[in-house]
Structures are given as structure tokens and as C-alpha cells.
Design a protein around this ligand. Structure first.
Ligand SMILES: NC(=O)c1ccc[n+]([C@@H]2O[C@H](COP(=O)([O-])OP(=O)(O)OC[C@H]3O[C@@H](n4cnc5c(N)ncnc54)[C@H](OP(=O)(O)O)[C@@H]3O)[C@@H](O)[C@H]2O)c1
Length: 301
């Protein structure tokens, strides 16, 4: 089969190549992939990632062969899938517990955005105990996780403060549910009860001074790549809780929930660009250079 592989000499360090078909385990379905989405955290950025590896966390397509164990969806079923590797390929073997069935009204492009970005936003908000009336700040709100987090926080009844790099990066966030779109802590008009942080660095240091008493900070990522100075007084003075979130699979129920929200029109996939997978390098470079607002999707085959 064909797949995108890590190639350090190629644009965006990604190239199409022929690789062996996957070998499904007894509880795996084999999926013919139609669309995938790119996540910041999985893009090859250094020579530390082995050449020839097939990356890919998010993939949507059609079940080509049901699981040998008889569990899970039948051949011909449209699905969205999550996994740590191997999604950016014509065929993906995936455990039946890491997928959700797609209704006809949900397209593969939209569905492919859900697994990592959508689940991360959903679970991070859950971890923070977000509920109606809380003021929730979201850094990197212009990005993939951020745009889902803004919408899901609003659906939970929160007052959302979307933090973005500049006003243009914040375009569309008000329509998704942000009550405030700001470019820095100094623009906040009230302390935050919850902060979902995708960016880290000096911005996070500053935001820790703008938390309400008993506030909760969920660290999701460090897109800035910059170190974060953390003073104990930050945590002590306002009795803050600082927790980390790491994606961990067991995704079927949460994926199905996100698919339902898409189908009902209560959640938008924020697909900013769709490219043929031959242009994966361009799309990956655009994402790393902060030129994507929301999600970048590749069509496969
Ligand atoms: N813990 C987990 O399980 C998990 C899961 C998914 C993602 N993550 C992490 O969470 C972060 C967000 O992921 P994502 O998929 O939403 O990424 P994304 O779509 O690329 O969005 C990241 C956002 O961070 C902001 N940013 C600030 N400084 C940046 C810099 N120097 N380089 C790039 N972006 C910068 C950008 O917003 P502005 O341009 O508006 O500043 C950008 O929109 C990443 O660090 C990712 O690795 C972690």
C-alpha cells in the first residue's frame, strides 16, 4: 500500500512511499482510509524521528475487513479512528475500541479532525471540572485543540476567554462560542477559574497570576517551545491545582459523543484547509508556521 512516511529530505519531512500492508490483530478492523488530519504534536520536526516511520493519529474511512473476533463494525461501515501510529496510509489496522461509526451526514474530512484534537479538548475540560458559569481561558485557541475546546467549554456553560497570538488568528472564535478573544493576560477583565494551556512559556507564567482562588490549570501542550517559570507563590496564593493531560486511547465512547455533536450541528470541525496527501509537506509546514486556523486535513488515495 501507499503511505506517508517520515523522510527528512522531503518538504515538511513527509513523502509518499510504498510500505507493507498492516497486519490486523484479532480485535482489529482493517480500514480503507479516506481522510486524515494533522496534529502539531505528531509532525516530524527533527531527525530524532526514524525515517520510514508511518505517522498518523487521526484517520477516517470505510471498514474493508471486520475484526476476526467478530466484534466491532462490519465491512462497509464508515468510521473514524484513533491510534498512536499508522493512520496516514491507504489501510489502517485499528482496535475496535478505538473507533466510532459515522452517520452518512458526517463527512470524512470533518470526522478526521476529531480523534486527537477533539478528545483532548473534551477530556481536558472534564479533568478541570468545567461547569456553567466558570470563566475558562484557553491558550492556542486558534489551533486544532483550541477551537474544539472553545466550543466544548461553551457547550458546558462556561464563559470562554480565547487567547490567541494576534487578532487575525482569533477570527471565527466568537462564532464558536468565545465571549472574549484576547491576545494576552493583560487584556483579561476578570480572573480565570480554569485555564487550558496549549502553549506554555512566558504566557503561562503570566496567566498564573490571573487565576481565581482554587483555580485549575490543565497543561496540554507547549507549542511555544519556551520554558515556563513557575513560582510556588503562584500556586500557594490562590490554592491552584496544576494538572497535566496526556491522550491515552480508550477513545470509542468519546469519539462517538463528538460525532453525535457534529451530526447535531452543535460542534464544528473548523477545517481550515484540505489538501491531497501528495501535498502533505506543504500542509505540515503551514501548521508548524501557524498558518492554519483550526485543522488541516489530507485526502488519501
Ligand atoms: N497532551 C496531549 O495529549 C496533547 C494532545 C493534543 C495536542 N497536544 C499539544 O497541545 C498543543 C496544541 O496542539 P494543536 O494540535 O492544537 O496545535 P495547533 O493546531 O498547531 O495549535 C497550536 C496553537 O498554539 C499557538 N502557538 C503559540 N506559540 C506557538 C509556536 N511557537 N509555534 C506554534 N504554535 C504556537 C498557535 O496559536 P497563535 O498563532 O494564535 O499564537 C497555534 O494555533 C501542542 O503543543 C500539542 O503538542 C497535546
Amino acid at each position: 500500500m501507499r503511505a506517508l512516511v517520515v523522510d527528512h529530505a522531503a518538504p515538511g519531512q513527509l513523502a509518499l512511499a510504498t510500505v507493507p500492508d498492516p497486519d490486523p490483530g484479532p480485535d482489529d478492523v482493517l480500514v480503507r482510509v479516506a481522510a486524515v488530519s494533522l496534529n502539531y504534536g505528531e509532525l516530524p520536526r527533527s531527525s530524532g524521528v526514524a525515517a520510514g516511520t508511518v505517522p498518523g493519529w487521526d484517520a477516517a474511512g470505510v471498514v474493508e475487513r471486520a475484526a476476526a473476533s467478530g466484534t466491532g463494525p462490519k465491512a462497509g461501515t464508515r468510521v473514524v479512528t484513533w491510534g498512536w501510529t499508522g493512520g496516514w496510509a491507504e489501510l489502517r489496522a485499528v482496535p475496535v475500541g478505538e473507533l466510532a461509526v459515522l452517520p452518512d451526514s458526517v463527512g470524512f474530512d470533518e470526522a478526521a479532525t476529531l480523534p486527537v484534537a477533539g478528545i483532548t479538548a473534551l477530556r481536558a475540560l472534564r479533568k478541570a471540572g468545567v461547569r456553567p458559569g466558570l470563566r475558562v481561558g484557553i491558550t492556542g485557541a486558534s489551533g486544532g485543540v483550541g477551537r474544539f475546546a472553545v466550543q466544548l467549554a461553551r457547550l458546558s456553560g462556561a464563559e470562554v476567554y480565547a487567547l490567541v497570538g494576534n487578532p487575525a488568528r482569533g477570527e471565527g472564535l466568537t462564532a464558536l462560542g468565545a465571549a472574549h478573544v484576547v491576545t494576552g493576560a493583560d487584556e483579561l477583565d476578570a480572573p480565570l477559574d480554569v485555564l487550558l494551556d496549549n502553549v506554555a512559556g512566558p504566557q503561562l507564567t503570566e496567566l498564573l497570576d490571573h487565576m481565581a482562588r482554587d483555580g485549575v490549570v490543565v497543561s496540554i501542550g507547549s507549542a511555544s517551545g519556551a520554558p515556563t517559570a513557575l513560582r510556588p507563590s503562584h500556586l500557594l496564593a490562590n490554592r491552584l491545582t496544576l494538572v497535566g493531560y496526556q491522550d491515552a486511547g480508550d477513545s470509542a465512547a468519546d469519539l462517538a459523543h463528538l460525532v453525535d455533536l457534529l451530526e447535531q450541528g452543535r460542534l464544528r470541525a473548523s477545517v481550515d484547509r484540505v489538501d491531497d496527501w501528495k501535498a502533505a509537506g506543504d500542509a505540515a509546514t503551514a501548521l508548524l508556521e501557524r498558518r492554519v486556523r483550526g485543522k488541516a486535513v489530507l485526502t488519501v488515495g
